[in-house]
Design a protein around this ligand. Structure first.
Ligand code: ATP
Ligand code: MG
Length: 427
């Protein structure tokens, strides 16, 4: 029989590693709540035209990275979401969520892109994203950057820097684009194959080239920043003023353009040098024209998405340990006949907030006391609870500390709530 394995570039996330994911997700939920961002959950599969229209036809994602297929039953063209902004916008429009004002939303979940798998780049990966829709002010751009920055602090993430740019408005970009094309045309002989291909379709992306032979050319190219009008510049100044006052360091990166077509005004990335060429852990910006593009009534918006795998990789690289998840207690069951009573008592304890792992039979009977204590030790639990027939008959359980000094004591089953309370306060 053919061996069944996971699809290349799609990972199983197993314990104990999964504990780190839960830890991160809990931090994110708490942080979002403190910033008054509310959770939104949209489908993983969307109609293909949503992404073609939303992200832009000549973007890397739409050109070559989408998992698209035809619904076998009705022939509809579908795509596994490569990102979530388009889906969030679709949902916001579909449910008229902006009718009573702006909304601050966040999401987390898997995304799918058909890329070459390598460290920090997978085909199923996970993003956490935040979006503020319906607000025009630069205040929101800054709020979202502060939110991401607060998350790095909360996680203890180091060596992350913030890069900022402004892409201005479409008419400013058009003027810059014309000047840029004219400049590049004058230096045709210095363009590499990629640049020639992009000269008329996406000249801004040429500025993003990694080709060393083209760096001098790129340095001398007309700068978008010089084409921005008063309003665009003022918007950018407000963002920077808020960041400065809050003590968040940033660096202007005039070459920062981002992969999707939908951005305008502020764009930003959080970057680290510690993950090789997969160094961008979070990226975002303002996208004031996307809502209309997707068929809604024109409304401004801004947001970001972070790559969970890359953030976790960076934490691991920094030696932040995986939080240990061990049960408070391991229940020892000397006699299988007592199992119904033990299971009932353990459920009571769990309802009181105590985590309990019950010894499970591996063969005939429950196994010797010795082997059960060995398992209890290996589990890492703080206490062993011995539910012997004699103890149960007397209405007590023996509590034996496994990780700390102290004698074993008998406790009345009727008074376990007290024990649960002291245990939780000493965790
Ligand atoms: P890159 O330049 O690394 O391809 P991107 O511009 O395609 O990134 P975005 O679409 O902005 O990335 O997605 C936001 C974040 O999601 C990225 O900064 C990154 O951390 C993460 N990310 C994107 N693609 C992948 C992937 N294939 N595997 C893992 N994480 C990813
Ligand atoms: Mg990419």
């Amino acid at each position: 029989m053919q061996k069944l394995v996971a699809i290349k570039g799609m990972n199983d996330i197993l314990p104990p590693e999964s504990a780190r994911w839960e830890w991160l997700e809990e931090k994110v939920r708490a942080l979002m709540a403190r910033h008054a961002y509310r959770n939104i959950r949209t489908p993983i599969v969307e109609p293909t035209p949503l992404f073609v229209r939303g992200l832009g036809e000549v973007t890397d994602i739409v050109e070559k990275e989408m998992y698209s297929f035809e619904d076998r039953l009705n022939g509809e063209q579908l795509t596994l979401r490569p990102e979530s902004t388009a889906g969030v916008v679709r949902a916001v429009v579909e449910h008229s969520m902006l009718y009573d004002g702006g909304k601050r939303l966040y999401y987390l979940g898997p995304m799918f892109r058909h890329e070459r798998p390598q460290r920090g780049r997978y085909r199923q990966f996970h993003q956490i994203g935040a979006e503020a829709l319906g607000f025009p002010g630069a205040q929101l751009d800054a709020e979202l950057i502060l939110l991401a920055h607060a998350l790095w602090q909360e996680l203890g993430l180091q060596d992350v820097r913030l890069e900022l740019n402004s892409l201005g408005q479409p008419e400013e970009r058009r003027a810059h684009r014309a000047a840029l094309i004219q400049y590049l045309e004058q230096h045709q002989e210095q363009l590499d194959e990629d640049a020639r291909r992009r000269l008329y379709s996406n000249p801004l992306r040429i500025l993003d080239t990694k080709n060393p032979a083209m760096q001098v050319l790129v340095e001398g190219a007309p700068r978008l920043m010089d084409f921005l009008g008063k309003e665009s510049l003022a918007h950018f100044e407000t963002v920077k003023a808020i960041l400065d006052e809050s003590g968040v360091a940033w660096r202007l990166n005039p070459r920062l353009v981002r992969g999707m077509d939908y951005y305008n005004l502020t764009v930003f990335e959080f970057v680290t040098d510690r993950l090789g060429s997969q160094g961008t852990i979070c990226g975002g910006g303002r996208y004031d024209y996307l809502i209309e593009q997707i068929g809604g009534k024109s409304a401004p918006a801004v947001g970001w998405a972070l790559g969970v795998e890359r953030v976790l990789e960076l934490l691991k690289d920094q030696g932040v340990p995986v939080p240990e998840l061990v049960a408070d207690a391991y229940a020892i069951v000397p006699d299988a006949a007592a199992l119904p009573q033990v299971m009932a008592q353990v459920q009571r304890l769990r309802a009181l907030g105590v985590s309990v792992q019950v010894h499970a039979a591996t063969g005939e009977g429950m196994g010797s006391m010795k082997s059960q204590f060995k398992k209890a030790d290996a589990s890492g639990a703080r206490f062993a609870l011995v539910f012997g027939a004699d103890e149960l008959a007397r209405g007590v359980v023996t509590v034996k500390p496994l990780r700390e000094a102290g004698e074993q004591v008998e406790r009345p089953l009727a008074a376990l709530a007290d024990w649960a309370a002291t245990l939780q306060s000493s965790r």
